[in-house]
Design a protein around this ligand. Sequence first.
Ligand SMILES: *Cc1c(COP(=O)(O)O)cnc(C)c1O
Length: 368
Amino acid sequence: MNRGVTADIDLDALSHNFRKIKGLTSGSPVFAVVKADAYGHGAVEISKRLVAEGAERLAVAFTSEARLLRNAGITAPVIVLFDPDPADAVSLDIIPVVHNLKSGRLVSAEAARRGVQLNVHLKIDTGMGRLGIYPEDMDTITEIASLPNIRVEGFMSHFSEADLSDLSFAREQISRFRMLKQRLSESRLKPKYFHLANSAAVINLPEAHMDAVRPGIMLYGYSPFESNGTGLIPVMKASVKVHSVRRVKSGTPISYGRTFIAKRDSVIAVVGIGYADGYRRSFSNNADVLINGRRAPVAGRICMDLCMADVTDIVRDSDVAEGDEVVIIGRQGEEFISADELAAKAGTISYEVLTSIGSRAARNHISS
Ligand SMILES: *Cc1c(COP(=O)(O)O)cnc(C)c1O
C-alpha cells in the first residue's frame, strides 16, 4: 500500500544511462538487471524502455518477477538468476541460471516432460562464495552440459568486490573465469556468452566485459563507486507532502526520545514519510529534505509514518505550508539529494536506499 510517497521515474534518464553503458563497453550486449522491481523503479515500465533501447536480455532474481514481466506482455528473453523453478521456467519461456547439478537435472527433466529444449546459463563461483560450480569442477560442468533437454547458452560469474579501489581480487576472479573459458574452448561446449561484469566492472574493468555485461545500479543513475563521475543521471525522484507546520518555542522537544530540542523559537514541518516507507530510522537528526528548493534538516527521530524537519531558516524567506512538496531523493530547484548521500548517512549503499523507498512509493513513469 502506498502511504503518500511518490516516486517520479524518469525514463529518459534511464535511456541516457543505458546509452552510457553501451558507450563504455563498445556496444557490448547488455543483460539489464531489473531484479527487486528494477531496484524499486518499477520492473515493467523499466523493462519496456530498456528493451526498446536494445537490451538483449533482462535479468531478474526470481521466477515470480519473470511472470510479472510476461503478464505485462514483455516477450524479451529473461534470465532468472536465483530461482530456477523448472515448471515455471518452461511455461514462462525464461532462461534459468543453473547453479549445481541438482538444479540442472530438475530443469532438464521438466523440459523433457514438456518436449522442449531450454536454454540455461551456468553459474560459476570464481570467488563470490554464494552460488555456483567451481571453475575447476569440469566433471560437473560437462555432466550438466550433457543433460538431454538443456542447452548451455552462457556461463556467468559474479564479482564480490569489483567496487573497491584495490581490484586485485576482482582480477583474480576474471582470471579464474577466463581459465574456464580457455578450458571449455577445447571441449565441444560452445556457449554464446561468458558474462560477469556488474556496474562496477562496466566502469572499471574493461577486461571483464567479455561477451555481455550485466549492469544494475548504473541503469538507475548511480555508480557503485563513491565519486559519481560517470555522467549517469539518477532516474528516481522521491517526494512527499508537508503534513502540517507548527511554530514552537525554544526548548521544545521534538519526537520520540526528545533527541532534538529546539535551540530557538522554531518552525517545524511535519512530513508524511517514516521508516515504514523505507525512510530509515538512522536518518533521525541526520539527513536533510528539500522544501522550497532549500535543505531542511530532519529534527528528532524518524517515526513509523512521519518525520519532522526544521524549516526555521526557510520560512524567513518563503512560506512553508501544508501540502508543499518535500523532496526526499532528487532535485528541487538548485538543490539535490542523492541516494548516495542518504546511504552514507545510514551506513548503507544506494541500492538499499532506492529499493527501500522506491518499492513502497506510488510510481509515476515520466517520459518527454
Ligand atoms: C544484482 C546483480 C547484478 C547487478 O549488479 P550492480 O552492482 O547493480 O550492477 C549483476 N549480476 C548479478 C548476479 C546480480 O545479482
